[in-house]
Design a protein around this ligand. Structure first.
Ligand SMILES: [Zn+2]
Length: 328
């Protein structure tokens, strides 16, 4: 049975809200919902430009709701982690009293047969509001607004920025060869696979030949040397964005394994300052101690299992121009 690994990539960023959404978000912290009036139309959420003509709209803010009427909806029977509620709910277009356009939001109705077009709903406010659309946890049937938990009151300052975390989660199948490479690393070994057709040698549990497009079975495994030479490197200076765990500059190196054509890419270094890493430097593999907690996942880019990285071996540098920039 194929094993999968799940990966999540997150992109935290901060955006400025501007002259229209800023007041809208600030008002949410005050448990008020603002629209913007243009003639006899009231847009909610407020807009900077007329959606039909693109003309700039006057910033004529008006308060709407808080109750409104469901115009249409769809039932979400199995919410995902990124949905606003952790139980079945409806996404609905809700036209708040006094608004021309509907607002998209969640309705906590309990069951799908409790939802209908024309249903009157009111906001359930978050107790601790920060100036985001989910300061309204959801809407609930009825016309009386509610507050979840203790009401901490409005924001002290106008809300001008919003933190946002976009994330995506995906699953990759793990080839058997990759599992075998990780298992070998627990014994302090680097497992290679040699193509029976062309003789090319691969690391990182790659169980097929990229030249011949054939699988390479376990009978073609061999141990790779645990020493090599740095052919290329990059020093990464971490930017302190939300979620960043690195604080100091660090190096990632490419290592040409002795007596092979195998270059392991994007390898961590051990026991060497980033500023002291250089092309031609001789290095040796460092594996985690058996009792050391280490994340064993990941065969991407050639590092795998319990290989922690590469430390200077102390041998004299190799001075060979052909090494430079050799990355595969
Ligand atoms: Zn081959």
């Amino acid at each position: 049975m194929t094993r999968f690994v799940e990966n999540t990539i997150t992109f935290p960023y901060r955006r400025s809200l501007g002259p229209v959404l800023g007041p809208f978000m600030t008002a949410l912290t005050e448990k008020r919902i603002l629209g913007v009036r243009d003639g006899d139309r009231v847009f909610v959420p407020p807009m900077e430009w007329d959606p039909a003509t693109g003309e700039e709209l006057a910033r004529d803010f008006v308060e709407v709701g808080p109750a409104g009427t469901v115009e249409s909806f769809t039932w979400v029977p199995e919410p995902s982690a990124q949905h606003p509620l952790d139980r079945p709910f409806a996404f609905a277009f809700i036209r708040l009293d006094g608004a021309t356009t509907p607002l998209l939001h969640a309705v906590d109705a309990g069951a799908p047969d409790a939802m209908r077009e024309g249903l009157r709903v009111a906001p359930r406010w978050r107790g601790a509001r920060v100036g985001r659309i989910d300061d309204i946890v959801c809407f609930v049937p009825g016309t009386n607004p509610q507050v979840d938990g203790d009401d901490v009151g409005p924001a002290a300052e106008p809300v001008k920025m919003m933190d946002y975390v976009a994330s995506t989660t995906y699953r990759n199948p793990v080839p058997i060869a990759a599992d075998r490479a990780v298992a070998a690393s627990r014994e302090g070994r680097l497992l290679g696979h040699r193509c029976p057709s062309c003789g090319a040698l691969y690391a990182g549990g790659r169980g097929y030949c990229v030249i011949d497009a054939i699988e390479i079975g376990p009978e073609h495994e061999e141990d790779l040397p645990l020493a090599g030479t740095i052919t290329n490197f990059v020093v990464v200076t971490p930017v302190q964005y939300p979620g960043q765990t690195e604080t100091e500059p660090f190096a990632r190196v490419f290592v040409l394994l002795d007596g092979t054509d195998v270059v392991l890419g994007w390898q961590p270094t051990v026991a060497v300052a980033a500023a002291d890493v250089r092309v031609g430097q001789r290095v040796a593999a460092v594996f985690a101690d058996p009792d050391e907690e280490i994340e064993e996942a990941g065969v991407m880019g050639g590092h795998f299992g319990r290989l922690k990285g590469w430390r200077p071996s102390g041998e004299p540098d190799r001075n060979d121009p052909d090494l430079v920039n050799r990355i595969y």
